[in-house]
Ligand binder design. Sequence first.
Ligand SMILES: NC(=O)C1=CN([C@@H]2O[C@H](COP(=O)(O)OP(=O)(O)OC[C@H]3O[C@@H](n4cnc5c(N)ncnc54)[C@H](OP(=O)(O)O)[C@@H]3O)[C@@H](O)[C@H]2O)C=CC1
Ligand SMILES: O=C(CO)[C@H](O)[C@H](O)COP(=O)(O)O
Length: 466
Amino acid sequence: MTQAQIGVYGLGTMGSALALNMAGHGFEVAVTNREIDWIAPFIADAGDLAARLHPHNKLADFVADLKTPRVILFMIPSGAPMDMMIDQITPLLESGDTIIDGGNANFHDTRRRSKTLKDKDIHFVGMGVSGGEKGARHGPSMMVGGTEHSWHQLRPILRAIAATYQDNPCVDHLGPDGAGHFVKTVHNGVEYADMQVIAELYGLLRYGSAWPPSDIGKLFEEWDKGPLKSYLVEITGKVLQYTDPFSGHAVVDVIKDAAGQKGTGRWTVVEAVRMGQSTNMIEAAVGARAWSAEKETRQEMQNHFGGARDWFTVDPGVLADAFLAARILCYAQGFRILDAASKEYDWALDMGRIAEIWRAGCIIRSALLDDISEAFADQPPHSQLILSPKFTETLARTIPALRTVVSAAVTGGHAIPALSSALNWFDTMRQGFGTANIIQAQRDFFGYHGFERLGEDGQHHGPWWD
Ligand SMILES: NC(=O)C1=CN([C@@H]2O[C@H](COP(=O)(O)OP(=O)(O)OC[C@H]3O[C@@H](n4cnc5c(N)ncnc54)[C@H](OP(=O)(O)O)[C@@H]3O)[C@@H](O)[C@H]2O)C=CC1
Ligand SMILES: O=C(CO)[C@H](O)[C@H](O)COP(=O)(O)O
């Protein structure tokens, strides 16, 4: 039998879909799984593609079936399982082989693993994969970090299986070691914020204007035909129009309002803060998920304070503009963190290229990303999207709508952590002279920390120390 061109370890949701995608593009794929009972049913369900899938029950046989230098993709949970598998497989590998972690790993782990394996001349690739099961099966967006050697090995396979946008595969080598996983982490941070904004807009229409879920779904369907076009808007439109077969209610009404989270949103926030940045929309989204999980406390609070919200009468067109403004600000915050990390880790991330490979296949794909890639091509001042001529005009036009929505919602007692964070960030950034002079005066007063005087060099102290 021909040797396999790539091995896929982990036949869960993502690994099995990626293996089928590769086989569907003509690649010979060796496959295995921790629980070997899953392997035979996977092959049985693969139909014609089974001819190019090489199942193995033993790790040593799986490795031996691979062409050298070997390429092995792991699609398993991040953290300890990945370390354990690296320990198991490394003794079976040879110089020049590549291990890929396609899971949502913390990029610090990826950097550590790349360094450790480099000493054994094994290459380690941290690859962000986005698009969920369907994306993995029919075309994901993939963010690759690692060595040029590995990219050379992987490129033909990844370009073949990736989603395409105007014939351009949504995959690229973004930088060394943790670059790919960091970009995926920020992708997910943006995903959290965009989802939270959508949930807040839904809440305003549902609880402020008493729109039934199906009507809100139809509005999202409309929005998906214009500048707000995106995968998340599309699926929200669909989700809201489903009826629960058991109760006959809208499906959203039978889903517990407590959101899960696996860590990537939180990592985005932690890294942003560690680098002296802030991404208050993503912080708001991570926080909102955490608060949502405190359902009992919220119910107790409602008993004490009441959960009533005022009538909210804002035109859907105004909501759409507010959404567009918030979405621009959300992406802008994501790209600011990417820029900061790129400088700190010397990754030389190409922001325009990242926007390009996010245009199809991934969860945050949206019409706006096309404009963002063009905005980066024009080199916006200070690399800031909010200063890009491509967006300043749109922001000037849509911020009044965001202000209208935020003011009405806040006055009416509607919780809108992400929308209000977006506006707060915008208002902070448009003040050439803010209020941090007071912070500096306080710091100097209580701690002799010193401050800069306007137009003068050096550190100074206030008259309170004379
Ligand atoms: N689902 C999604 O939409 C996306 C997921 N990801 C990431 O992809 C990775 C896989 O996710 P997904 O396919 O959804 O997960 P699943 O739970 O569907 O599958 C997990 C796979 O990992 C294996 N596994 C679990 N624990 C271990 C272990 N300790 N050692 C070896 N193998 C183990 C499982 O084997 P077994 O069958 O024996 O349990 C199974 O093959 C994760 O890192 C996830 O964050 C990335 C993008 C999107
Ligand atoms: O990577 C993904 C999408 O891009 C995964 O679906 C991930 O699980 C989403 O994060 P969370 O589970 O925290 O919502």
